[in-house]
Design a protein. Structure first.
Ligand code: ZN
Length: 249
């Protein structure tokens, strides 16, 4: 048996302090039979109205998590001069909402996590903090930068799959309920964003990995977008960040 038997893992990226979306995703996971462990791909905070609530909720579950650029920005571990003005404003606001425990938790997150058959990073194996995996050529350039067969990334907030053979990769969009069978080919998988989807579908996006079946399935879940937007407005977060949740972009 290639895979450890009967384990289910929930793959969540880019929660972005959207507690309403995060809770709905956790409910959906439970409705689908639950998961033994959450694999979190970073950017727990930034943009959204509930950074502390999201860290606290994640920490109540059995999980592993890598650091994202917004996690580092919120604790001053990264300069926000490369952020757009709205993202930088949200990072400053986020910093003021974190407890000392939240800060030491974010501080402790590694850049890379190795699991049997999988490498987890926020952006890319070559540049975990900054590089986006949007295109096949970038995926190809990253093949030499991790040893496992499969790599799971976040950061782009776009559910996607890169299927690679030898040195060449093919980019595919991952659709709701699409099943990715794990075989011999090396793959990059992005489960999309829980808290700020950017593929034109505003529903929260995540994936479930069934190690028994050797399969990863993408799921989309509707959540109360207006409730998150109202909380963002209440806290004076930038209007563009509030509006984009409705478009999923
Ligand atoms: Zn992000």
């Amino acid at each position: 048996m290639l895979y450890s038997k009967g384990m289910k893992y929930a793959i969540l990226a880019d929660i972005h302090a959207n507690l309403t979306a995060f809770q709905v995703v956790l409910d959906d996971i439970i409705w689908r039979g639950g998961a033994e462990e959450i694999w979190c791909l970073g950017d727990i905070v930034g943009y959204g109205p509930d950074p502390h609530g999201c860290i606290e909720l994640l920490r109540r579950h059995n999980h592993v998590c890598v650091a994202g650029n917004h996690d580092w920005a919120a604790i001053g571990k990264m300069d926000t001069s490369d952020f757009n003005p709205e993202a930088a404003a949200a990072a400053r606001w986020t910093a003021g909402k974190l407890t000392p425990e939240d800060i030491s938790y974010l501080e402790s997150l590694p850049l890379t996590i190795e699991k049997p058959y999988f490498t987890l990073v926020h952006g890319s194996p070559r540049d975990p903090m900054w590089e986006y995996l949007f295109y096949a050529d970038v995926a190809e350039q990253n093949l030499a930068h991790f040893k496992s067969r499969y790599c799971i990334v976040g950061h782009s907030h776009v559910p996607s799959l890169f299927e690679c053979e030898k040195e060449s990769c093919l980019a595919k969009k991952l659709l709701p309920d699409e099943e990715v069978v794990l075989g011999e080919k090396r793959l990059f998988i992005n489960p999309g964003g829980v808290g700020q989807p950017r593929d034109g579908d505003p529903r929260a996006s995540y994936a479930l990995y069934d190690s028994d079946a050797g399969m990863i399935t993408l799921h989309r879940v509707s959540y109360d977008i207006k409730a998150t937007q109202a909380r963002m407005a209440e806290h004076g977060l930038p209007g563009r960040l509030i509006d984009r949740l409705a478009y999923g972009f």
